[in-house]
Design a protein around this ligand. Structure first.
Ligand code: CO
Length: 134
Protein backbone atom coordinates (compact mmCIF):
# COMPACT_ATOMS: atom_id res chain seq x y z
CA UNK A 1 0.00 0.00 0.00
CA UNK A 2 2.70 2.52 0.90
CA UNK A 3 4.80 3.90 -1.91
CA UNK A 4 7.81 6.17 -1.86
CA UNK A 5 9.35 7.80 1.17
CA UNK A 6 8.15 11.38 0.70
CA UNK A 7 10.13 12.98 3.52
CA UNK A 8 11.71 12.61 6.92
CA UNK A 9 10.85 15.47 9.29
CA UNK A 10 13.31 16.65 11.93
CA UNK A 11 12.23 19.02 14.71
CA UNK A 12 14.94 21.60 15.32
CA UNK A 13 15.41 24.20 18.07
CA UNK A 14 17.16 26.70 15.74
CA UNK A 15 15.84 26.69 12.16
CA UNK A 16 18.49 29.01 10.71
CA UNK A 17 21.32 27.01 12.26
CA UNK A 18 19.83 23.71 11.04
CA UNK A 19 19.37 25.11 7.52
CA UNK A 20 23.00 26.27 7.54
CA UNK A 21 24.17 22.82 8.61
CA UNK A 22 22.35 21.20 5.70
CA UNK A 23 23.48 23.78 3.14
CA UNK A 24 27.02 24.68 4.25
CA UNK A 25 28.16 21.47 5.96
CA UNK A 26 26.21 18.75 4.12
CA UNK A 27 26.08 20.61 0.80
CA UNK A 28 22.34 20.16 0.23
CA UNK A 29 19.88 22.47 -1.50
CA UNK A 30 17.64 24.13 1.13
CA UNK A 31 14.56 26.33 0.73
CA UNK A 32 13.75 29.57 2.46
CA UNK A 33 11.72 29.06 5.69
CA UNK A 34 8.03 28.63 4.92
CA UNK A 35 5.37 29.20 7.59
CA UNK A 36 2.60 26.58 7.61
CA UNK A 37 0.19 28.05 10.20
CA UNK A 38 -2.40 25.28 9.73
CA UNK A 39 0.15 22.79 11.11
CA UNK A 40 1.81 25.13 13.64
CA UNK A 41 5.26 24.88 12.08
CA UNK A 42 7.77 26.76 10.00
CA UNK A 43 9.46 24.43 7.52
CA UNK A 44 12.75 24.46 5.63
CA UNK A 45 12.75 21.90 2.81
CA UNK A 46 15.99 20.08 2.07
CA UNK A 47 15.84 18.59 -1.41
CA UNK A 48 17.77 15.38 -1.94
CA UNK A 49 17.92 13.36 -5.15
CA UNK A 50 15.58 10.66 -3.88
CA UNK A 51 13.56 12.31 -1.10
CA UNK A 52 13.23 15.40 1.10
CA UNK A 53 14.16 16.29 4.63
CA UNK A 54 11.90 18.78 6.39
CA UNK A 55 13.35 20.86 9.18
CA UNK A 56 10.46 21.82 11.49
CA UNK A 57 10.34 24.61 14.02
CA UNK A 58 7.33 25.52 16.19
CA UNK A 59 5.08 28.32 14.93
CA UNK A 60 2.51 29.88 17.26
CA UNK A 61 1.38 29.04 20.77
CA UNK A 62 -0.04 25.57 20.25
CA UNK A 63 2.49 24.04 17.92
CA UNK A 64 2.18 20.25 17.82
CA UNK A 65 5.98 19.93 17.87
CA UNK A 66 6.61 22.07 20.96
CA UNK A 67 6.14 19.15 23.34
CA UNK A 68 8.52 17.05 21.27
CA UNK A 69 11.19 19.76 21.44
CA UNK A 70 10.62 20.15 25.18
CA UNK A 71 11.46 16.45 25.54
CA UNK A 72 14.25 16.58 22.94
CA UNK A 73 15.86 20.02 23.38
CA UNK A 74 18.56 19.44 20.77
CA UNK A 75 15.98 18.26 18.22
CA UNK A 76 15.24 14.85 16.74
CA UNK A 77 13.48 12.88 14.04
CA UNK A 78 9.79 13.74 14.43
CA UNK A 79 8.04 11.72 11.72
CA UNK A 80 8.43 9.89 8.44
CA UNK A 81 6.07 10.38 5.52
CA UNK A 82 5.07 7.66 3.08
CA UNK A 83 3.18 8.27 -0.13
CA UNK A 84 -0.12 6.54 -0.80
CA UNK A 85 -2.19 6.65 -3.98
CA UNK A 86 -5.57 6.99 -2.24
CA UNK A 87 -5.49 8.39 1.28
CA UNK A 88 -9.10 7.57 2.19
CA UNK A 89 -8.73 3.96 1.04
CA UNK A 90 -5.44 3.73 2.98
CA UNK A 91 -7.08 5.20 6.10
CA UNK A 92 -10.01 2.81 5.98
CA UNK A 93 -7.75 -0.19 5.51
CA UNK A 94 -5.50 0.88 8.40
CA UNK A 95 -8.46 1.52 10.71
CA UNK A 96 -9.86 -1.88 9.87
CA UNK A 97 -6.47 -3.33 10.85
CA UNK A 98 -6.69 -1.56 14.23
CA UNK A 99 -4.31 1.36 13.60
CA UNK A 100 -5.21 4.66 15.20
CA UNK A 101 -5.50 7.75 13.01
CA UNK A 102 -4.69 10.98 14.86
CA UNK A 103 -7.05 13.97 15.10
CA UNK A 104 -10.56 13.66 13.72
CA UNK A 105 -9.45 11.08 11.17
CA UNK A 106 -10.10 13.35 8.21
CA UNK A 107 -7.16 14.25 5.92
CA UNK A 108 -5.78 17.80 6.19
CA UNK A 109 -3.86 19.67 3.54
CA UNK A 110 -0.14 19.31 4.27
CA UNK A 111 2.90 21.45 3.57
CA UNK A 112 2.97 20.34 -0.08
CA UNK A 113 -0.69 21.08 -0.80
CA UNK A 114 -1.69 17.39 -0.73
CA UNK A 115 -4.00 15.61 1.76
CA UNK A 116 -2.17 14.09 4.75
CA UNK A 117 -2.99 11.99 7.82
CA UNK A 118 -0.95 11.01 10.87
CA UNK A 119 -0.92 7.55 12.46
CA UNK A 120 -0.35 6.84 16.13
CA UNK A 121 3.35 6.08 16.85
CA UNK A 122 2.42 3.28 19.27
CA UNK A 123 0.96 1.36 16.34
CA UNK A 124 4.15 1.76 14.25
CA UNK A 125 7.07 0.82 16.50
CA UNK A 126 7.37 4.23 18.10
CA UNK A 127 7.56 6.17 14.83
CA UNK A 128 5.00 8.86 14.04
CA UNK A 129 3.90 8.07 10.47
CA UNK A 130 2.44 10.61 8.06
CA UNK A 131 0.64 9.47 4.93
CA UNK A 132 0.49 11.82 1.98
CA UNK A 133 -1.61 11.30 -1.11
CA UNK A 134 0.78 11.80 -4.00
CO1 CO B 1 5.57 15.79 7.21
Amino acid sequence: MIGKLNHVAIAVPDLAAAARTYSAVLGAKVSEPQPVPAHGVTVVFVQLDNTKIELLHPLGEKSPIQGFLDKNPSGGIHHICYEVADILAARDKLKAAGARVLGDGEPKIGAHGNPVLFLHPKDFNGALVELEQA
